[in-house]
Design a protein around this ligand. Structure first.
Ligand code: ADP
Ligand code: ASP
Ligand code: MG
Length: 470
């Protein structure tokens, strides 16, 4: 089989992890599979890079200088154990240092200009992956597994949305095949940078935070992979965020729709868009644990399986705000919903949830908190006449809310789920601000206060019996 394997930040972030990565790749190759890998930056590196760029804009270059030392040290110590103190390691570290020189020069430019553009931020943010592929490819070669580092700017062609670029399918397929096929034919393992791509003009972009998952499925689709494996630090997708609820358990099987809802509503284990390329070509995706490679993890396919549970998982996405458009004249204004959402779309905000009361007196929707001022301003401009005439009230936003999503395909046709859901929240005295049920019917989403979020997740996790293993 042709398998794309993605290794996340923790999986390439330490000597122990990198040793596991080598073992995993060697095992799959020994079983006769053709392996391609996509790797993230070493754990924590992307945060250091982005933080330094932001500080440089405010006039601080020391942060960048310190980050450089920390990142150089991380690579130096990982390679010392795995490559030995010799010319192979010297070569990797020299290339890592050249990238770190570029990083410091960019931060210097940003400080001098006092301006950080999204385009510059993508160049800086992607440096961690570029260092990581050099290291991983050298380690594989050193352990008798021929490998070749590849920068994905040559593979993934995207639009110009810096910071959350969208891949162009046809162009990506052509380029990926042209670059990767010859490497595969010589029996080498391509070690590809996650997270980054480039526009048609060759300007580097990024696919959004946690974007290496997306890189893996984009490449999987582009080169007709038989499977995509996402190797991470937990044994699959769990019933909820294990950092909030330690009793969370891995889920053995999910459908594309179910994982789509979970990742869209904040389950950090997979990038929100990552399932889409796999779903299009029906490529099975597995979420597996680098540190427990024999655990079956989670298999994701088209069909939803019935594990006897109506609700399979719960997730919460934080730092949102709820915007309400309402007024006595709502019913009489033609195309109001269209105008509201066109305006929101034009302000580049992404809407996570929409709810409309049947009286048509109000529409409310959820956007990330950071985008709220922008959206309100655009709506006030668009609807100024209606507000003046008092057909509409002034736009209101309700900050510090979360969208809680309760997900499972078999909720459809299982009576009583909503009853238990609202009953449990009521008993916990958690106020529900808005509700929506996705048309896929495998998701009920609720807006609640951020201060209630963790308690609500714990409560519902127990209510739906998710604290017991499958
Ligand atoms: P990687 O670096 O491998 O991409 P991430 O940190 O991005 O790993 O994602 C894995 C982490 O996601 C886990 O360690 C876990 O803390 C968190 N997480 C949040 N929600 C879930 C969930 N429902 N299932 C599994 N992990 C989750
Ligand atoms: N290194 C990037 C990030 O931290 C991409 C990834 O890890 O998937 O967001
Ligand atoms: Mg991730």
């Amino acid at each position: 089989m042709r398998i794309v394997m993605k290794f996340g930040g923790t999986s390439v972030g330490s000597v122990t992890a990198l040793q596991k990565v080598v073992e995993i790749i060697q095992r799959y190759r020994a079983e006769g599979h053709e392996v391609l890998t996509v790797v993230s930056a070493m754990n924590g590196v992307t945060n250091l890079l982005l933080d330094s760029a932001n500080k440089a804009e405010q006039g601080d270059e020391d942060t960048a200088h310190q980050a450089r030392q920390t990142i150089a040290e991380k690579h130096a110590s990982a390679t010392l154990e795995l490559l030995g103190d010799g010319p192979v390691r010297d070569d990797v570290l020299a290339q890592v240092n050249a990238l770190l020189d570029e990083f410091e020069a960019l931060c210097h430019g940003i400080r001098v200009l006092g301006e950080l553009t999204p385009r510059a931020l993508d160049v800086i943010g992607g440096l961690g992956e570029r260092m990581s592929v050099l290291q991983v490819a050298a380690i594989l070669n050193h352990h008798d597994t021929p490998a070749k580092d590849v920068v994905a700017t040559k593979l993934i062609v995207t639009d110009r949305r810096f910071g959350s670029a969208v891949p162009l399918i046809e162009e990506t397929a052509t380029q990926s095949q042209a670059v990767l096929q010859p490497i595969l034919e010589t029996g080498q393992v391509p070690v590809i940078t996650g997270f980054i791509g480039a526009t048609q003009e060759g300007i580097q972009t990024t696919l959004g935070r946690s974007g290496s998952d997306y890189s893996a499925t984009i490449i999987g689709r582009a080169i007709n992979a038989d499977e995509v494996l996402i190797w991470t630090d937990v044994s699959g997708v769990m019933t909820t965020d294990p950092r909030i609820v330690p009793e969370a358990h891995p889920i053995s099987h999910l459908s594309y729709s179910e994982i789509g809802e979970l990742s869209f509503f904040g389950a950090k284990v997979l990038h929100s868009q990552a399932i889409r390329p796999a779903r299009r070509e029906k490529i099975p995706v597995r979420i597996l644990n680098t540190f427990e490679p024999n655990h079956p993890g989670t298999l994701i396919t088209e069909k939803a399986s019935n594990n006897g549970r109506a609700v399979k998982a719960i997730t919460a996405i934080k730092d949102m705000s709820l915007i309400t458009v309402q007024g006595p004249g709502m019913v009489g204004i033609p195309g109001i919903a269209g105008r509201v959402f066109t305006t929101v779309g034009q302000s580049q905000a992404s809407v996570l949830m929409i709810s409309q009361a049947s009286s048509e007196q109000s529409i409310c929707f959820v956007v990330p908190k950071t985008q709220t001022p922008h959206v309100i301003e655009a709506l006030e401009k668009e609807l100024s006449r209606e507000v003046e005439r008092r057909d509409l009230e002034k736009m209101q936003s309700y900050g510090d809310v979360v969208v809680l999503a309760v997900v499972g395909s078999h909720m459809q046709g299982t009576p009583g789920v909503s009853g238990s859901l609202f009953g449990a929240l009521g008993q916990g005295k958690i106020n529900v601000i808005a509700i929506a049920q996705g048309s896929s019917e495998c998701n009920i989403s609720l807006v609640i206060r951020q201060s209630d979020a963790d308690r609500a997740v714990k409560l519902l996790h127990k209510e739906f019996g998710l604290d017991k293993p499958e």
